[in-house]
Design a protein around this ligand. Structure first.
Ligand SMILES: [Zn+2]
Length: 386
């Protein structure tokens, strides 16, 4: 069932509620009008008591009849009924949509409590929930995550500064990690220097800009030649960059994106994944939960599920959850591993190591590639890392 169905049902309830409300207001207004008219008519009656009394009686009888015609209670009841029907349907759809008993799909996993506590604490620190993380660790009497806390505190300080358009802390971090960032093919440092440089140019300080370029931009000249050339040429337009062919440097920086890029690089250099492992695990679990629940309905005994080492069918997760390429040997039809890694044959085809060993009769002779006419020696095959 799609979320759209749920939305449609909800909109139906809202529509009925609005209709019921406007009908009720109309009805009340109508009754009020009739009563006011009757009061007005009574007040207009003359002073002759008997005649007035007769007229009043007539007016009240008329009012009574009119109110009877309106049948307000019945009208209100029917409105309410329609709304209740829609509401009841919405509740049923919601219950169907949100499976409230997910316990069928869980499986007992032996896990040391301190490991679990550490994972939770790490998650809290990663999410910058430092106070909650501290409280949690205090209650769990676990100290293992303190280092990670310091690491993420540093990251969030710089991250926060970048988001408020302050580049200095990020720049000093990037300069400290110059070599490692270059190794990662990251342009973060250059992007940050570019910001500083353009700022100087905007103030028309040509000499200062030139000095800045010599000191900080020049080291990037060999790798990012095109950008550096443009930046250097833009010095000629100091103070009037807006009239230059280099207005691209004036495009407001997407600080948010830059902050994300910094966080990614920071995590990378510190050996941390840029997305929280616990959040990712829970998200992946939630993704396959409907399939697991379906699986539970076809498994005859719950014991089967608990003894299962792997799923009986492949579970497709979206690309966001795929971190490694998987190699399946086309000959053995087995997944590659450290013991049985993929090997590149001279012809370009890839087989698992075990396959090459088998085909070459324990590396004793050349063998023909199973996919093309090329002959290969086991010693000519190269291990691939995925
Ligand atoms: Zn081949």
């Amino acid at each position: 069932m799609e979320v759209d169905t749920l939305k449609d049902e909800f909109n139906r309830v809202v529509k009925k509620q609005k209709l019921a409300s406007s009908r009720t207001i109309d009805l009340v207004n109508q009754i009020e009008k009739e009563i006011e008219q009757a009061i007005g008519a009574i007040q207009e009656n003359g002073t002759d008591r008997d005649a007035a009394s007769n007229l009043n009686h007539e007016i009240l009888t008329n009012l009574k009849n009119k109110l009877k015609e309106l049948v307000p209670v019945k009208q209100l009841e029917s409105c309410q009924k329609e709304m209740n029907t829609a509401l009841g349907k919405w509740v049923k759809t919601t219950e169907k949509f949100f499976i409230n008993d997910i316990s069928k799909a869980y499986k007992n996993v032996d896990m040391e409590p301190h490991v679990l506590n550490e994972i939770i604490a790490n998650h809290l620190y990663r999410e910058a929930l430092f106070d909650i993380g501290d409280n949690f660790l205090g209650e769990a009497s676990c100290l293992a995550s303190i280092k990670l806390k310091q690491l993420f505190q540093e990251m969030y300080e710089i991250f926060g500064a970048l988001r408020t358009e302050k580049s200095e802390p990020a720049l000093s971090w990037a300069m400290k990690n110059h070599d490692a960032l270059l190794q990662n093919d990251s342009c973060l440092e250059l992007k940050l220097h570019q910001l500083q440089f353009v700022e100087i140019l905007k103030q028309g300080k040509r000499d200062e800009a030139l000095q800045y370029a010599r000191t900080y931009l020049a080291p990037f000249a060999t790798i990012h030649k095109d950008v550096i050339q443009k930046l250097i040429a833009s010095i000629l337009w100091a103070g009037r960059l807006d009239q230059s062919p280099y207005t691209e440097f004036l495009v407001p920086t997407n600080w948010e994106k830059l902050a994300e890029e910094f966080a990614q690089q920071f995590c990378n250099l510190k050996g941390q994944s840029s997305t929280g492992p616990m959040g990712m695990t829970v998200a992946a679990g939630a993704e396959v939960l409907p399939i697991l629940l379906k699986l539970m309905t076809v498994l005859t005994a719950k014991r089967e599920w608990h003894s299962m080492k792997e799923f009986p069918f492949p579970l497709d997760l979206r690309r966001d959850f795929q971190f490694h390429s998987v190699f399946i040997c086309p000959v053995l039809r087995e997944q590659g591993s450290d013991d049985n890694p993929p090997m590149l044959l001279p012809c370009g085809h890839v087989l698992s190591k075990q396959s090459t060993v088998k085909l070459s009769k324990s590396s004793s002779r050349s063998f023909k590639c199973p996919y093309c006419p090329f002959e290969a020696l086991a010693s000519e095959c190269k291990r691939l890392y995925i």
